[in-house]
Design a protein around this ligand. Structure first.
Ligand SMILES: Nc1nc2c(c(=O)[nH]1)N[C@H]1C(S)=C(S)[C@@H](COP(=O)(O)O)O[C@H]1N2
Ligand SMILES: [Mo]
Length: 523
């Protein structure tokens, strides 16, 4: 075969591989729409990667890609798949069957990943399996068009090329049909999601029987560079393992409470919850993966019901009253498990099953229709989103998702202060420069914040009015700044009198400590 034809043939083989890969994903998308969106191969493999990511790497991803970490992961999977598709396409030139077999192996990887997810079911294998089987067939057919044939014009018996027309026709047909399947899948998925979206849109939140006290006038210092005291929903940090945000339909949604020491197990729907006494509270949420000075903290006005009351009605007693269960395990629709000390939930703090966030139903990304919020505990041990099940058990008997991945069983939030202005490496003019930020020690409350310059004496900052001990508190210190490079540091004291430690430790296993510092260059 002439050299040029060989190159064209190789390029066609690579293209065939890519088309087969596209066919696999598109068909899988269609099947996943019928099974469930999370069962699609890219989502399943991505989820499996997340499940197995070492804590340090997970923290690295959260730190460097922020909420885009999942997009980066999905793009990474697609790039790897594309490379393999090219390789598999080229393989068909030597072994037509081997190429198709390789596609089936990929399908098996997707299927195993899907079944292995925390909420995985056998049916979750279907998208990967059906997609791979069809793609293997497509690849086999396309590869058939690439077998050497004598060009009709050449007259001799030697193979001088391959059936280009046939290949182009078959390849185009496969691409078009696959695209159609993919689009249909998308349409089906959004039709299913439309039900959930309508259930959220039509939800009327109850009027709180116990409204949150008004935020005191001076809680927001209004300093430039400081975020608002209440974090708007659209700016609220998001940390979870879900590649596809679960869109739960509120109508069929149920919450089950059961387990050790539950003498009256219950199953509630959203209406049952909203008919109970609605409690509204301001609570600041913090992620254990938040570095010193990091962004994974936000303050919102939550509306929900007291979890402790529900537990009492179900017959639960806290360990301090002789109850047999010391751990409450919350399960979400996407298989997350979050273990919370029963004692903390029932010690009088405002542990909520929340359905409202800043005056609207929970956004899907923040747990619609219902999530847990417990003041004073990091999110991974308290704030289960898309909750569907609460089981009373013991810490001895069960380790929740992140605990299996080396994080601590118990994780109360550590006292922290953050400098929000000036920004690192800012160059303010000499004179009075407001240094300001937030400090938090949920459920203890902040009583003092101090700032120092270049390791000099600590200066007390002015604290904003306190909204409650479950929320963060803004602070400001008027710095008489002199020209040159300076290091600002901040530390907070909570209501127990404990001064925030300057000892630097990382986020694993139970939250970072150390003083936030910012270097600025005063001109
Ligand atoms: N179902 C589910 N709930 C979850 C998580 C998750 O991955 N899945 N992440 C937890 C963690 S680690 C934190 S910090 C909070 C974050 O809540 P937010 O995304 O609303 O800010 O949710 C918690 N609830
Ligand atoms: Mo978190």
């Amino acid at each position: 075969m002439p050299r040029r034809s060989r190159w064209v043939r190789a390029a066609c083989a690579a293209l065939g591989g890519v088309i087969a890969g596209f066919c696999a994903l598109a068909v899988a998308e269609l099947v996943a729409a019928l099974v469930r969106p999370e069962a699609g191969p890219v989502t399943a493999v991505g989820g499996a990667v997340i499940d197995r990511t070492p804590p340090a790497l997970k923290d690295f991803a959260v730190r460097n890609f922020g909420t885009n970490d999942k997009l980066v992961l999905e793009l990474g999977i697609l790039v790897i798949l594309a490379l393999f598709a090219v390789a598999v396409g080229l393989l068909t030139l030597r072994h037509r069957i081997a190429g198709s077999a390789a596609v089936l192996v990929f399908g098996a990887v997707g299927a195993v990943a899907a079944i292995g997810r925390p909420e995985g079911q056998v049916s979750d294998a279907l998208p990967s399996v059906v997609g791979a089987v069809l793609a293997a067939g497509v690849l086999y057919l396309l590869a058939g068009r690439l077998s050497p044939v004598a060009a009709p014009s050449s007259g001799e018996g030697a193979a001088t090329g391959f059936d280009r027309r046939g290949f182009v026709l078959a390849a185009s047909a496969a691409a078009v049909v696959s695209a159609g399947a993919g689009l249909l899948g998308r349409r089906l998925t959004s039709a299913v999601q439309a039900g959930a979206e309508a259930s959220r849109r039509d939800l009327k939140l109850p009027v709180p029987a116990s409204p949150a006290p008004a935020v005191p006038a001076g809680a927001d210092l209004g300093v430039r560079g400081l975020g608002p005291f209440v974090t708007p929903n659209k700016d609220f940090y998001r940390v979870d393992t879900a590649l596809v945000v679960p869109r739960v339909d509120a109508e069929p949604w149920r919450l089950r409470i059961h387990g050790k020491g539950v003498s009256r197990p219950v199953t509630l729907d959203l209406r049952d919850l909203m008919h109970r006494k609605a409690v509204e509270r301001d609570i600041t949420l913090t992620c254990v993966s938040n570095e010193v000075g990091g962004p994974y903290v936000g303050n919102a006005r939550w509306l929900g019901v007291r979890l402790a009351d529900l537990l009492r009605e179900a017959g639960v007693r806290p360990p301090s009253e002789g109850g047999p269960a010391d751990q409450l395990v919350a399960r979400s629709v996407d298989g997350m498990t979050i273990g919370t000390p029963v004692e903390d939930v029932m010690d009088g703090r405002e542990a909520l099953l929340a359905f409202g966030m800043n005056g609207e139903p929970l956004p899907f990304a923040h747990g619609f229709p219902v999530r847990m919020v417990v003041p004073g505990l990091y999110g991974y041990v308290s704030a289960c989103k898309w909750i569907k099940d609460i089981e009373l058990t013991t810490f001895d008997a069960y380790d929740a998702y992140w605990v299996k991945r080396t994080w601590s069983r118990r994780a109360p939030i550590k006292t922290q202060a953050r400098i929000d202005t000036p920004r690192p490496f800012a160059s303010p003019k000499a004179g009075t420069v407001p240094v300001a930020g937030v400090a938090w020690a949920q459920h203890r409350g902040i009583t003092r914040v101090e700032v120092r310059v270049d390791e000099g004496p600590w200066h007390p900052a002015r604290l904003a009015a306190q909204d409650g001990r479950d929320t963060w508190r803004q602070w400001v210190w008027e710095w008489p700044a002199t020209p040159g490079s300076h290091t600002l540091e901040v530390r907070a004291t909570d209501s127990t009198g404990t001064v925030q430690t300057g000892n630097r430790v990382g986020t694993v296993p139970d939250g970072a400590t150390g003083w936030h510092s910012v270097v600025v260059d005063v001109s």
